[in-house]
Design a protein around this ligand. Sequence first.
Ligand SMILES: Nc1ncnc2c1ncn2[C@@H]1O[C@H](COP(=O)(O)OP(=O)(O)O)[C@@H](O)[C@H]1O
Ligand SMILES: [Mg+2]
Length: 243
Amino acid sequence: MIEVSGLTKRYGTFTAVRDLSFTVQPGEVLGLVGPNGAGKTSTLRSLAGIIPANAGRIHIHGVDLNADPVNAKRQLAFFPDEPRLFDYLTVRQHLNFVARIYGVTDYAALAQPLLEELEIADKADQLPGELSRGMKQKLAIACGLLHSPRVMFFDEPLTGLDPLGIRRMKDSILSRARAGAAIVLSSHLLHLLEEVCSHVLILKKGEKIAHGTLAEISAQFAHGETNVSLEEIFIRATGGTEN
Ligand SMILES: Nc1ncnc2c1ncn2[C@@H]1O[C@H](COP(=O)(O)OP(=O)(O)O)[C@@H](O)[C@H]1O
Ligand SMILES: [Mg+2]
């Protein structure tokens, strides 16, 4: 479970995220959407403990991120939009390294199935420089999933993937949710979010302007129409993509 209350993130005097509160239960996938600069990445990085928030309380699987950051971070994985890898470690060495950092004891039983699920098992002895962008992203995801996190944050995970890669990524996210993970996912690919997310939160200029299940959000912005797409709701809610 993810519990966020009053999250505020400032850069100097500029407030990127203001007084944001929400909860994501195990099994739920929350789509974080909003125009460029709305504060999605700032929110996700704050929740993952990568950058410090200025105010707010964050609980990750029941652990207070401020009071006990190491244990909170053990429960979570953060997947940035650009995979960050080590140039001189092979695919297998990446997983080995991550397993040691997180103290994953059943490494042997976990690593190979993960590589197979993500279809990079045949690349196990290659270096990142020899991998396509999509494969680098898969390796970053394998590294993030190795310690079986209960909470996952994905920042634009579908960008740069081919259609099959997108389908597989969606399946991986949904299977983790079904296994009880609480997931937050930011993306501009709204038609894909509709297929993956149970809930949506719309941010605009750092503030929450709508939050609920897909059906609730539709009811709020559809003005009585049926079958209004998330894309149309986004445009109505945010007034286009200014700022
Ligand atoms: N390190 C930073 N220093 C100063 N301003 C930043 C920094 N990171 C992001 N911002 C600003 O915060 C706002 C939100 O950015 P971001 O969280 O990246 O939005 P999004 O991911 O929704 O596009 C933007 O106005 C951006 O320019
Ligand atoms: Mg961003």
